[in-house]
Ligand binder design. Structure first.
Ligand code: ATP
Length: 202
């Protein structure tokens, strides 16, 4: 059977920290839909993509990497903490590299109606422009804080600080083609199934 990547839709899935993006993606995966987890790939690329590694070293100096080639996370975290310009410069290196990698990954897919790209900063990075449709996962702030505190064993303050760096949820809802309500009172499976059916028909 010939490969016809042109007809495979590119769908993005986003949502604030702790909204349940990964959880919702697992349901799509159960339906056979391949998912590209952008944060995971970004971490891999920052170590394995020569051009990106060179860019990071240029931005932060040689101490950005440890002797074994691993990323010196605490060092970089310290450099971008309270330095929005540096964070922005880092994002300008990482986001295009991830977009390129996601594009290659998408092109390699066969015999699926659409692929999913999961990214917390899909709108903020501008990478939504390369996608045909976007799903936003929504959960009330209180629930998100509670879930992340439990999952990551972090304080309320820390979760709030991470939230402050993201686009407001209302804005993501406005921009989404589909919304999954992960508030504990709507069935995730039912909602995913409905979106899946609609995407298949497109
Ligand atoms: P992040 O942006 O931090 O990567 P996320 O949006 O991918 O988060 P998840 O990791 O899917 O969110 O969910 C956050 C936490 O809440 C996880 O521990 C997950 O198991 C839990 N969770 C998500 N949805 C539900 C749900 N409907 N019922 C119970 N727990 C849930």
């Amino acid at each position: 059977m010939s490969k016809n990547t042109r007809t495979i839709l590119k769908v993005g899935i986003t949502g604030g920290i702790g909204s349940g993006k990964t959880t919702v993606c697992k349901v799509f995966e159960a339906l056979g839909i391949p998912v590209y987890y952008a944060d995971w790939h970004a971490r891999q690329l920052m170590v394995n993509a020569p051009r990106l590694v060179a860019g990071v070293k240029e931005l932060f100096g040689p101490d950005a990497y440890l002797e074994d080639g691993a990323l010196n996370r605490p060092y970089i975290a310290e450099k971008v903490f309270n330095n929005d310009k540096k964070l922005q410069q880092l994002n300008h290196l990482v986001h295009p590299a991830v977009a390129e990698d996601a594009g290659r990954w998408h092109s390699a897919q066969e015999n699926v109606p659409y692929t999913l790209k999961e990214a917390a900063l899909l709108f903020e990075s501008g990478n939504f422009k390369q996608l045909d449709k976007v799903i936003t996962v929504f959960a009330p702030e209180k629930l998100r804080i509670q879930r992340v505190m439990e999952r990551d064993q972090v304080s309320r303050k820390e979760v709030r600080a991470r939230m402050a760096k993201q686009m407001p949820e209302e804005e993501k809802l406005k921009r989404a083609d589909f919304v999954v309500y992960n508030d504990g009172s709507h069935s995730l499976v039912r909602q995913v199934w409905d979106i899946h059916r609609e995407l298949i028909e497109k």
